[in-house]
Design a protein around this ligand. Structure first.
Ligand code: PGA
Length: 249
């Protein structure tokens, strides 16, 4: 049985106190939810150590980490620092990092290795922009992203990774992928991993869908064979909405 995960990516939202309050509410509501879904919140760096203190039923993620281990990199936060703040997961390669901060696949591969070396579980994001989908290049784009970021990992490390498929045209736009579009790409990603790393690793890989996922559409997306949960942006800023998504399995 694959692990099912719902992760909330708060992005650059919430003051420290608001973040602590949101984490407390999510944790409390999640305590009343039956089932085995792993619930994660990805808070801004500055909130991590305080938020880690108020979580019990919910796991904690960072939204990024540096591509270097330590040293003279003003403003950066290393994987080791993230781990030392009581964090278990780290999102790597979110499309906002790729587009706005110009992170390429080689940089993301370095981040993934540093995260793994420091005991963090990477949530690796991939996804195509609208023109790439419309021109039929979507599978090639995802293949390149996955190959460069993940294919030189050893199988033991690859077995720890979570992948999030986030079509860029669906992020924060209110336009959600259809269940068929999500299933098609999730099955394709699983096939890529199967061909490189074998059946058992592919069968156990958790693949999340991200992009305008809400309480009203999560159920039909999560119902697909190869969709193992969601990476939720906007709707994770409200504890009730976020937990309603958790309950959509
Ligand atoms: P959204 O963001 O749910 O607001 O579309 C998803 C994400 O960026 O992870």
């Amino acid at each position: 049985m694959r692990k099912q995960i719902v992760a909330g990516n708060w992005k650059m939202n919430k003051t420290l106190q608001e973040g602590i309050d949101l984490a407390k509410s999510v944790n409390e509501l999640n305590e009343q939810v039956d089932g085995d879904v792993e619930v994660i919140v990805a808070a801004p760096f500055i909130h991590l150590s305080e938020v880690s203190r108020v979580l019990s039923s919910v796991r904690l993620s960072a939204q990024d980490c540096a591509s270097e281990a330590n040293g003279a990199f003003t403003g950066e936060v290393s994987a080791e620092m993230v781990r030392s703040a009581g964090v278990e997961y780290v999102i790597i390669g979110h499309s906002e990092r790729r587009t706005i901060f110009k992170e390429d696949d080689i940089t993301l591969n370095k981040k993934i290795k540093l995260a793994l070396d420091n005991g963090l579980i990477p949530i690796f994001c991939c996804g195509e922009v609208l023109e790439e989908r419309e021109s039929g290049k979507l599978f090639d784009v995802i293949q390149t992203q996955v190959e460069i970021a993940l294919f030189d990992l050893d199988p033991a490390d690859m077995g720890k990774i979570v992948i999030a498929y986030e079509p860029v045209w669906a992020i924060g736009t209110g336009v959600v992928a259809t269940p068929e579009q999500a299933q098609e790409m999730h099955a394709y990603i699983r096939k890529l991993i199967r061909e490189k790393f074998g059946d058992s690793l592919a069968d156990e890989l958790t693949i999340l869908y991200g992009g305008s996922c809400k309480p009203s559409n999560a159920r039909e997306i999560f119902a697909n064979t190869d969709v193992d949960g969601g990476l939720i942006g906007g709707a994770s800023l409200n504890a009730e909405d976020f937990i309603a998504i958790v309950q959509s399995f």
